[in-house]
Design a binder for this molecule. Structure first.
Ligand code: ASP
Length: 333
């Protein structure tokens, strides 16, 4: 074998071994190797329902859109500054909990006994840590209580009185139960949607470190029996986040979302079947839930910041934005 042939063979071998080498360690940011990955992204919902142009005239649509836009902006600003996805989800949901337009915190719907009982949860996709509160009556920001459960306790969920005692211990703001009732709870906007008032709020964020977080907060279903807990505080049903797949926040008829483990199922379809986030969300919301009559929707982000906003109702208050400046605020399907 002459010298040139030897060099050619060595060249081929070098190319072959380079191609076979294990991929570089991308643990610091798996986003870096994926095309079309956003530095950060945020998606929110303000509930799904059968709204239409009659029960939600343009003037009212704009009121909701402005609120969604402001909530979105709060979260995007925080992420842009390098804030964590957990911070972004908490800030956005606190804002929506304080806004009586939505069925969460102030302005929440009433139980059949005329009281407000609130549920919330949050999950971190980095370590699968999670926290939730259920049936709370006196914590101003249930999402902050959920976060405190996640970060300052060894548990995942506190309910009722136990949630209140815990929230007080960690220094959260407690309120009189009348705080949640406002004149606005009965204003025209809400009356218009009364029969179909969902208005639960949720948020999924992806931060610059590539960490996903999802959170959901609600007053539950209108006229629910006291003590009834829906899907929103249940990890895997109303909320789920996993850096390997996606983050999900759901809204709709909770009993179905619990039994179909909606949020977790979307993640699992991506993990085991290789679905993209949109296909996975549609499979669960538009096929499985529709077959059994479970109404509602989800907002999701995959690990690159791509959104899926899918509902089987005629509308879902929703908004999405990312580091490339893409932005969407929408209500109808
Ligand atoms: N999923 C909530 C519940 O069942 C209600 C909603 O999202 O409208 O409590």
């Amino acid at each position: 074998m002459n010298y040139r042939n030897l060099l050619t063979i060595l060249g081929f071998l070098a190319i072959f071994f380079t191609a076979c080498k294990a991929p570089a360690d991308h643990t610091s940011s798996s986003k870096a190797i994926a095309p079309e990955a956003f530095d950060y992204a945020l998606v929110i919902h303000g509930g799904a329902g059968n709204m239409n142009f009659q029960n939600l005239p343009e003037e009212n649509q704009n009121i909701f859109k402005q609120a969604l836009d402001s909530a979105l902006q709060l979260g995007l600003d925080l992420l842009k500054e390098g804030g964590t996805s957990v911070d972004a989800v908490e800030v956005v949901i606190r804002y929506m909990e304080d806004n009586p337009l939505f069925n969460a915190g102030r302005g929440a719907v009433f139980t059949s006994e005329g009281k407000n009982e609130l549920d919330a949860s949050i999950m971190s996709g980095r370590d699968l840590n999670a926290g939730a509160v259920a049936g709370v009556t006196d914590i101003r920001h249930p999402i902050s209580a959920a976060r405190a459960v996640m970060e300052q306790s060894e548990h995942v969920m506190f309910a009722g009185k136990g949630a209140s005692v815990f929230a007080e211990q960690v220094g959260l703001e407690m309120v009189d139960p009348s705080w949640f009732y406002t004149e606005k709870s009965f204003n025209t906007l809400q009356r218009a949607l009364e029969n179909e008032k969902h208005g639960t709020v949720g948020c999924v964020a992806l931060d610059k470190e590539g960490n996903l977080c999802a959170g959901t907060s609600t007053g539950g279903m209108t006229n629910k029996k006291f003590g009834r807990i829906g899907d929103s505080p249940i990890i895997g049903a109303g909320t789920y986040a996993n850096n390997a797949t996606c983050g999900v926040s759901a809204t709709g008829h909770g009993e179905y979302f619990i039994r179909w483990t909606v949020a977790h199922q979307i993640s699992v379809l991506m993990e085991y079947k290789g679905y993209d986030v949109e296909t996975a969300a549609k499979e669960v919301v538009e096929k499985q839930l529709v077959e059994v009559g479970g109404s509602g929707g989800v907002v999701c982000l995959d690990k690159y910041g791509h959104p899926a906003m899918v509902t089987n109702t005629s509308g879902m208050f929703r908004a999405y934005g990312n580091s490339d400046g893409e932005r969407l605020v929408a209500i109808f399907k």
